[in-house]
Design a protein around this ligand. Sequence first.
Ligand SMILES: Nc1nc2c(ncn2[C@@H]2O[C@H](COP(=O)(O)OP(=O)(O)OP(=O)(O)O)[C@@H](O)[C@H]2O)c(=O)[nH]1
Ligand SMILES: [Mg+2]
Length: 343
Amino acid sequence: MDRGEPAGYQAGMGEKASSIEELARKVRAGERRALGRAITLVESRREDHRAEAAALMEKLRPDAGKAVRIGMTGSPGAGKSTLIDTFGTNLTAAGHKVAVLAVDPTSTRTGGSILGDKTRMAQLSQDEKAFIRPSPTGGTLGGVAARTREAMLVLEAAGFDVIIVETVGVGQSETAVADMVDVFVALSLPGSGDELQGLKKGVLELADIICVNKAEAGNLKRAEDAAADLRAALRILASEREGWSVPVLLTSGLANEGLQALWQAIGAFRALAQERGSLEARRRRQAVIWFRAILQERLTERLFHGPAKAKIARLEKAVEAGETSASAAAEEALAAALGAALG
Ligand SMILES: Nc1nc2c(ncn2[C@@H]2O[C@H](COP(=O)(O)OP(=O)(O)OP(=O)(O)O)[C@@H](O)[C@H]2O)c(=O)[nH]1
Ligand SMILES: [Mg+2]
């Protein structure tokens, strides 16, 4: 099994309690190298980094939670990275510190998005007030997303006040990202095929704000038609939630259009949620979701790499040879693993 070792984290570079304290201090001070190290530590899947990462998170926790957390999804090529590049640059120009993270469940296989993310955010990747981090790789989607969320908390502690998490609409990744942000933005493309303007129904239900993107001169009519379709669909879904009716905006990352309105909509959504107490409630609910996701991933890893490892391998062979059923073998493996853990 690929252990998904992040490159650059030297083996044996264990952080002792005092150096965790030191690392936390440097993160709070916003030192970039320390920030990189801290994120690499929380993203690491190495067993011996786990306790250190948890200790670091505990130290940083009081300073986290102050950012506007924005999720952004849209089908491949919808213009997410380009929009984030322009949007983020507008925000740093206005005095914000912006961090961009990604949840890409496919990057385990391709490894491709890592280069892509940075090169497609050419302005922001040069910006001193911005920090771009590609998706962690390896493990389950829940595990990847959980590590992204921890990176988000580290960045908050370092004073980043706007966090944007990009995800491509693959599998359940939108749900995972919606579960870690305050406001979820979906980018749609005018006239893109069977699905409603390029948005899956599930995404339509998750979105707090919808942008019809690439809506610049020449494409405006199509974009306006698409927006009208989406507004009609939203009325049918009756997706008004707690006094918020999902706005459909026209944006262009390339032409820097509609992005002021997007920032205003994000602010309005958050202000309403804050006023109603639903922002706090959402974040509390999310914390439980991530507790479960982390627990599940760690349990699975310990199961496969723990003391019952050899037994599990034998059972796997027995299942393959048709000597036992999958369910009986699973019960036996579990009993062995739990017995080992308790004994
Ligand atoms: N006309 C127009 N083209 C755009 C706009 N934004 C992005 N594009 C183009 O669309 C293509 C995809 O842009 P990206 O920003 O990489 O899209 P993405 O959604 O991040 O793509 P993935 O991360 O691969 O899913 C590029 O060729 C961009 O130049 C826009 O606002 N208007
Ligand atoms: Mg992209």
